[in-house]
Design a protein around this ligand. Structure first.
Ligand code: PMP
Ligand code: GLU
Length: 432
């Protein structure tokens, strides 16, 4: 046979993910890491990762189960699913049983698989977490953004949902509600959920209720949509945020019996892709979901710290004419820099992405621009993840403040990167 001349294979032409790049949250983390390695001071308000350690009893449970080596059921370990069902009953007073639960390697993966198996339009209120829409794009699903307003606490209103559904009432749809919200920290009070539930029921919309920050509602008063729309709500949650275990990769979906067919379809895909979630992690997660005095105290302390930090940072931002909606949970703020629009323009800074680039360059503050959360480029908003502190140390220091009120000194001493980063940011704007 004669020789066939070597030809380069076409590059980049046949990708399903053409036009997409690595997730913004991971990209900002990588960029911050590189800058730090190059000797720069970076205030890491980019990636939204819990600053707190995994509670010691949960770590101990992982040690005890390090030897677990078998593949587990694709649905998840029965004892863990039972513990999660109990957790749902205890924290949300809803009916739940082990048959309703699906465990996955992170709720991110479960949200992706749901979109893969369910043929329906995806409705996403903006601003919303960075990954929902790229996931839909990877699969080729249609995404409909629904704009919300800062005055409404960036919440989806029942009127807006109705307007979208009424033109084609039988169309299959999934709406993702995330509260407390990434990126705003706002949440839905029970009354608003009830009103949304009525509209969702009217059009039989499947609601993915992303409650991954539910346990770090700053007052411990998280209420689930599943209380008001049980038949159509899937609760998405996991260990990543309230248990400080993002890197452990364990997510949970809780289905109502009416949607067990979706659980089955998802389990089929899971069985052909990731098989099952890491066995030692699932055993350890039982301890986390069973809860108890240690975990209650850990959660109370985490909430107290987050609540106070949000208050102090908001006050500083507001004093510099940077508006931020009042927050109820999670570890994010969503400042609006519109007050400085003209001054920014004079420096040829016209978009939220350009603000974030300039801030990182000139002050070392890393944040994610509003455009990553579905906002228009010229809406001058960004997400600040106030997580750049040593959570273990801060939890320890908090013990000295049992009855004492927290004060700004607490932040200055124990969360210096937060203090200095916010100062650098506000001074940068004032100097424009
Ligand atoms: N939803 C939201 C709103 C998030 O911020 C995250 C962040 N990781 C996830 C889902 C996914 O979490 P995980 O895959 O770690 O369960
Ligand atoms: N959810 C986190 C964030 O919004 C990071 C992890 C991730 O995106 O998967 O920053």
């Amino acid at each position: 046979m004669g020789k066939i001349a070597k030809k380069p294979l076409p590059v980049n032409l046949n990708l399903n993910v053409r036009g997409l790049s690595q997730s913004a949250t991971l990209a900002i983390n990588e960029k911050s890491r590189q800058l730090i390695q190059a000797g720069r001071k970076v205030y890491k308000f980019g990636l939204g990762q819990s600053p707190f350690p995994v509670p010691e009893p949960v770590v101990e449970a992982l040690r005890q189960h390090a030897h677990e080596k078998d593949y587990l059921s694709v649905y998840g370990l029965l004892a863990l699913r039972e513990a999660i069902a109990e957790f749902n009953k205890r924290t949300q007073l809803i009916n739940s049983s082990a048959e309703d639960i699906l465990i996955g390697p992170g709720s991110k993966e479960l949200i992706f698989i749901l979109q893969l198996v369910y043929y329906g339009d995806l409705l996403i209120p903006t601003p919303s977490w960075v990954s929902y829409s790229p996931q839909a794009r990877i699969i080729g699903r249609h995404v409909q953004w629904i704009a919300t307003r800062a005055e409404d606490g960036y919440r989806l209103t029942p009127e807006k949902l109705d307007l979208i559904c009424r033109s084609d009432p039988n169309r299959p749809r999934v709406v993702i509600l995330n509260y407390p919200s990434n990126p705003t920290g706002c949440t839905y009070p029970a009354e608003k959920l009830k009103q949304l539930a009525q509209v969702a029921r009217k059009y039989q919309v499947v609601v993915v209720s992303d409650e991954i920050y539910g346990m770090i509602h700053h007052q411990g008063q998280h209420v689930s949509m599943a209380r008001f729309y049980p038949e159509g709500t899937i609760i998405s949650s996991g260990l990543s945020k309230w248990c400080g275990a993002g890197g452990w990769r364990l997510g949970t979906f809780s289905f109502p019996p009416e949607l067990h067919w979706l659980r089955e379809a998802m389990a089929t895909v899971a069985s052909e892709t990731y098989t099952s979630t890491s066995a030692p992690i699932q055993y350890a997660a039982i301890t986390a979901f069973k809860g108890g005095a240690y975990i209650d105290k850990y959660l109370e302390d985490s909430r107290r710290i987050l609540r106070f930090l949000a208050k102090v940072i908001r006050k500083k931002l507001q004093a510099s004419n940077i508006e931020t909606p009042a927050v109820n949970g999670a570890f994010y703020l969503f400042p609006d820099f519109s007050y400085y629009r003209e001054k920014l323009k004079a420096r040829n800074i016209l978009t939220s992405a350009e603000i974030c680039d300039a801030l990182l360059d000139e002050t070392g503050v890393a944040m994610l621009p509003g455009i990553d959360f579905g906002h228009q480029p010229d809406e001058l908003v960004a997400r600040m993840a106030y997580v750049d502190f040593d959570g273990r140390r801060v939890l320890e220091q908090l013990q000295a403040y049992d009855d004492k009120k927290l004060d700004e000194d607490f932040v200055k001493q124990n969360c210096p990167a937060i203090w200095d980063g916010v100062k650098g940011l506000t001074e940068w704007f004032k100097a424009l």
